[in-house]
Design a protein around this ligand. Structure first.
Ligand code: SF4
Length: 425
């Protein structure tokens, strides 16, 4: 059963009398569990719909509508599937106390993997879920493999019940499901020979695995440092050597790199990022894989259209990881827009200095960095540091920040998205 939270005016749902609070019970006799059932089972032009109205009355409708005309209901958000693991490097364990409740949820939900590209471990699947993924063709899925060796994977996930991932992936692959995969690399645990084997095993899946990225473990001040540590520069360099070896084979055999290192891996290794062409379709951009090269490309493509910025002074707020790389991007902006740019590297005061990415910057640290900066005409802040409700990790609202500092602030993911309109003279 799924509850309706809103009915759109002039929609089919409004016409047949659905209301906020109506429960959608079954389509063509099949009970509805969540939004996936709703979307897939109502994809036909004709179907029967059993509902329970807020007063308890059950009604069955025969729905016939033009193909793809939406029914016009908003559904209550799904109850997120919780994670069954306890990884030593879990980001949730690295959170300080007192943040908003939603941040402490360990989700591991294949529905969100399909819809939003969240990585899942698939350690909480029941047979019903497996059948459903195949029936609805939920593909591609984003899978945290970490290690294909089943014993080691259970150790990394701290889950003795985690299923052997290779046969499970094989079952999915045989039924047309594809994956993008990642390894979160924990030094001394799943790097070295283990990483070589993991990449080889995943590569052997052929088309069913679109690629594998290797992301170094990232810890905050609050993480379980007695159990896990971040890799050294040498360990990151070794991992890049392993990735390169696999990428060379993949280039020769498949014409793509297939194995990728996260930007952070190169950053820590002190090695220059691979060229833009190495990242193919940028399938794992959200995972920090190729993010800098993608940004460079985006800026190159958009910057020519920027007008009205001549002589302006723009601050680019970013994390300490991205700051040294930012000139690679801002040079193009400078040339095309005529503005001058200053990179403002901000340390993470919420999670500690070791957390260097822009997306986790708290509003308070940005506010501190921009106080007194009335010499700037505009400050661009990392758009990925805000959630859909306009809140930073420390729950400061974007508007609160904007009202507190003496410079106009705009969230931005690739500069040109925030530079279409010049600031007022
Ligand atoms: S899979 Fe591991 S890292 Fe992800 S939420 Fe669960 S415990 Fe945390």
């Amino acid at each position: 059963m799924i509850r309706v939270t809103a009915v759109h005016p002039s929609s089919i749902a409004a016409e047949i009398g659905l209301q906020p609070g109506t429960e959608l019970v079954a389509v063509d006799g099949r009970e509805l569990e969540d939004f996936l059932d709703w979307e897939f089972l109502t994809a036909e032009e004709r179907f029967s719909l059993l509902v329970r109205q807020p007063d308890g009355e059950e009604i069955e409708f025969d729905i016939e509508r033009p193909f793809e005309e939406p029914l016009g209901v908003t559904l209550e958000p799904p109850r997120v599937r919780r994670c069954a693991n306890r990884c030593d490097f879990c980001f949730v364990d690295g959170l300080p106390q007192g943040l908003r409740e939603g941040l402490y949820i360990r989700d591991d939900d294949y529905r969100l993997s399909f819809r939003y590209g969240h990585f899942v471990t698939m350690t909480n699947l029941k047979q019903w879920d497996i059948d459903r993924i195949i029936e609805y063709r939920l593909s591609p899925l984003y899978l945290s493999v970490h290690a294909t060796d089943p014993v080691l994977r259970r150790y990394v996930l701290r889950n003795p019940l985690a299923p052997d991932i290779v046969p499970l992936m094989r079952h999915f692959a045989d039924n047309g499901i594809r994956f993008h995969t990642q390894v979160v690399m924990s030094p001394g645990v799943n790097d070295g020979k283990v990483l070589e084997r993991t990449l080889a095993d995943l590569y052997a899946f052929g088309d069913a695995v679109g690629g594998c990225s290797v992301v170094p473990v990232g810890l905050t001040e609050y993480s379980k440092h007695h159990l896990v540590r971040e890799p050294t520069a040498n360990e990151c360099r070794d991992a890049i050597t392993t990735i390169d070896a696999r990428a060379a084979i993949a280039q020769q055999e498949r014409g793509v790199n297939w194995a990728y290192g996260a930007d952070e891996l190169y950053n820590r290794a002190g090695i220059e990022l691979p060229p833009e062409s190495a990242y193919g379709a940028f399938d794992q951009i959200e995972n920090g894989v190729g993010a800098v090269r993608y940004l460079q490309r985006q800026v190159r493509e958009d910057a020519g259209a920027l007008r009205g910025w001549e002589g302006r002074r723009i601050g680019i707020v970013t994390g300490t990881a991205m700051a040294p790389l930012m000139p690679m991007v801002s040079e193009t902006l400078l040339r095309e827009s005529g503005a001058t740019f200053e990179v403002i590297a901000v340390e993470n005061t919420l999670f500690g200095r070791s957390v260097t990415c822009a997306g986790l910057l708290p509003g308070a640290a940005i506010r501190e960095a921009l106080m007194g900066r009335n010499d700037l005409d505009l400050a661009l802040i990392p758009g990925e540091a805000l959630n859909d409700d306009g809140l930073f990790m420390d729950s400061m609202a974007y508007r609160t920040l904007a009202d507190a500092v003496p410079v106009e602030v705009r969230p931005s993911k690739h500069f040109s998205d925030a530079m279409q309109e010049p600031v007022a003279a």
